[in-house]
Design a protein around this ligand. Sequence first.
Ligand code: NAD
Length: 392
Amino acid sequence: MIVKPKIRGFICTNAHPVGCATNVQQQIDYVKAQGTLHNAPKNVLVIGSSTGYGMASRITAAFAGGANTLGVCFEKPPTERKTGTAGWYNTAGFHAKAAAAGLYAKTLNGDAFSNELKQQVIDTLKADMSKVDLVIYSLASPRRTDPKTGEVYKSTLKPVGQAYRTKTYDTDKNVIHEIALEPANEDEIQQTIKVMGGEDWELWLDALGEADLLADNCKTTAYTYVGKELTWPIYGQATIGKAKEDLDRAAAAIVKTQASKNVQAYVSSLKALVTQASSAIPVMPLYISLIYKVMKEEGTHQGCIEQIYALFTDKLTHATPEVDELGRLYMNNKETNDATQAKIKTLWDQVTQENFHELSDYAGYHHEFLKLFGFDLTDVDYDADVESLVDW
Ligand code: NAD
């Protein structure tokens, strides 16, 4: 099959098998070049392991720390007519490289919110890996079926309290335009908390604890984005921000419930960057195009793998990592410090349809977006016929 990108709105509906494997390889090369992690966890469970921050976490744990990794994701396999999803091919690439390096790796593809998938993880850990010393929670999902009631909850991306008008960039139509976002009602806020809040993270730790699969001093972290004034109305103080606040509650609850194992639960605050999840959030493509411009000029630009490698070296591998005033592992100061935000705000106020490509790094954004699906990589021959029916 010859695979070229098929972009529909904010998503690419296909993926390139060789490109995705190359993308994974580049991240492996990065962490290996940084050097081996000290005090690295040895048995790591990554929930949301196939793309974005979760994939970077798995690569860091395995290739910089030598860990056995069990991944959980929700990806579509390829068929005769259609490619698999990027996360499918990323996982295939990861498995191939882990096997070559003699590292244990297994991935369970299914609904992480369900009791069945949690049981499969428990069975796999008991059979292959034993107790885990790190649990990464990196899910981004638009909906969740409550495992107890069967009710389906949907997340929304809306402001809270009042309507919000702002600029956004429509990546499909290549236009900057104003959008008016109506505030969420209480039900929408509560549903978003059900999907993207901390309840499922707690259920995971409960299930692992009950099965006696948490090692003493096990660490667990869930990822959040805090941001600053420019993104607060649509993220930090919006429906998704309310859900993310619930992670702080869940972290405290996990520490309490799993006290006999001295489990340390942290919310990690990471920077904004291009992933499948962030491309879907209004305002984010414009904001990220501007921060890429500013942070590349400042020499502080980081992608997923750089952020996560730093999270492991600076925080997760420390016995008692330094936390911010809210108890979080704070990793996005390079983006949210006042000087950088002031530069971004200046560009934000100036940016128009006419000067967008000059003021922003949309070229960098678009390249990263295509790369998520295995496209636009220099080392890949996109005219070649490739095997798309890849398995793991
Ligand atoms: P992503 O879309 O790249 O990854 C989501 C992962 O979740 C994938 O592995 C996917 O397969 C998995 N997944 C989704 N639904 C699932 C389900 N029902 N069962 C099993 N697996 C499922 O997203 P990302 O941007 O890497 O986000 C990961 C976390 O990081 C999220 O909590 C997000 O809010 C947070 N975060 C993202 C950013 C950003 O800018 N992208 C910044 C800070 C924090």
